[in-house]
Design a protein. Structure first.
Length: 366
């Protein structure tokens, strides 16, 4: 990718940041922090198998895999005005296209997970192209999860993919995103940039925001000496130099004076590059009992390590980014766990609690 594609560009309208991770310890888990300056009326939404999914440029899915995830419930203006609102709706005359699940992240009943993360300045969506599989950016998550049972199936469908720049409605322009897809076998990153669609294997199991994924993967090499273990001194190797004949090697024997010194160098700021490194370090050094309660607790502890308390990140608009919610999905069981900034208790709902053969969206308000 040309270097200009790596440049971080300023996102001036409704900036938000996110951290997404995978975790496998017996069962497979997928989740994220949503770091945002305001609520978007988020609700946990279950799309049953027979709720028709209508797309702008490609064939509808009258039946599909069931899915669960966090989706937009009220638009920002309605939320600020105190209106109750309802699930996000298309503008337009076609009554069949009124209601649509605008997922931020979700998992389907087959265990395939997808999340969209902010990618301002680098994301590029085109116009509809003849002979291509044209999908609007906001349709991508339900389209993937509705029709694919695995990362492998999704990758095969990406061969002719063209992500279109359709707005959901007049007051909801397309968000600039990149996406992470995962099942218990593989993890991919999908980025639509001006050079075209790029698909990357992601063995790290982490994604944040700008720069593009290639940079984040390369940047991890800067931390190859970091360890979770008790460090040994490598400051002085071998005998002292000959021009200090009175110096003994023992005089330069350094030793840790505190636990945790092996991880000195892990960044602690809230930039996306730093959150990527810290989340990867926490994920790959995680030690946890192989049981559901322990796994869920550990997953949220990892996300807490890169969470944003109010006051730590001030945006250009004079607002504070906070971790509006954090979520964890057990992809093997179809269970969705979440907690919010104002309520640190972990709440749960799942596909097994609902009629998955229904025809109406099931909305659980936070």
């Amino acid at each position: 990718m040309p270097f200009r594609g790596m440049l971080i560009k300023t996102f001036r309208e409704g900036s938000f940041m996110c951290t997404c991770i995978t975790y496998k310890n017996g069962d497979f888990y997928f989740g994220r922090n949503m770091d945002l300056e305001y609520s978007f009326g988020e609700a946990v939404v279950i799309t049953p198998r027979n709720f028709p999914l209508h797309f702008r440029h490609t064939e509808s899915l009258p039946s599909h895999y069931a899915m669960i995830g966090m989706a937009a419930g009220q638009n920002r203006e309605d939320k600020l005005r105190g209106k109750q609102g309802e699930l996000s709706r298309y503008d337009g005359e076609n009554d069949e296209m009124r209601c649509f699940p605008l997922y931020a992240e979700a998992v389907n009943e087959m265990g395939l997970c997808v999340a969209g993360l902010n990618f301002p300045g680098n994301a590029f969506y085109g116009k509809e192209q003849t002979g291509r599989l044209n999908i609007a950016s906001f349709e991508l998550i339900p389209w993937i999860l509705g029709g694919c049972a695995s990362v492998q199936e999704a990758e095969e469908m990406f061969a002719d993919l063209n992500i279109c720049d359709d707005a959901f409605s007049e007051d909801m322009p397309p968000a600039q995103l990149h996406w992470m897809l995962a099942d218990r076998e593989r993890c991919l990153v999908l980025e639509a940039v001006c050079e075209g669609i790029h698909i990357y294997e992601n063995p790290i199991g982490v994604l944040t925001n700008n720069p593009p994924f290639e940079y984040h993967r390369m940047n991890l090499n800067n931390y190859l000496n970091v360890t979770a273990g008790y460090p040994k001194s490598r400051f002085c190797q071998g005998e002292p130099p000959s021009f200090f004949p009175s110096l003994q090697s023992a005089d330069l024997m350094l030793s840790p004076y505190s636990q945790g010194m092996g991880s000195i160098g892990i960044p602690g700021d809230f930039s996306s590059a730093s959150r990527f490194v810290k989340a990867a370090f926490l994920r790959w050094n995680s030690v946890c009992n192989q049981e559901e309660g322990a796994n869920i607790s550990q997953f949220f502890h990892i996300l807490d390590g890169v969470a944003m308390p109010r006051g730590a990140v001030l945006t250009q608009d004079g607002k504070y980014d906070i971790t509006t919610y954090a979520c964890c999905m057990n992809a093997d069981m179809g269970v969705y766990y979440y907690k919010t900034y104002e309520d640190n208790q972990i709440h749960t709902t799942g596909l097994d609690k609902e009629n998955l053969d229904g025809e109406q969206l099931i909305v659980h308000k936070l």
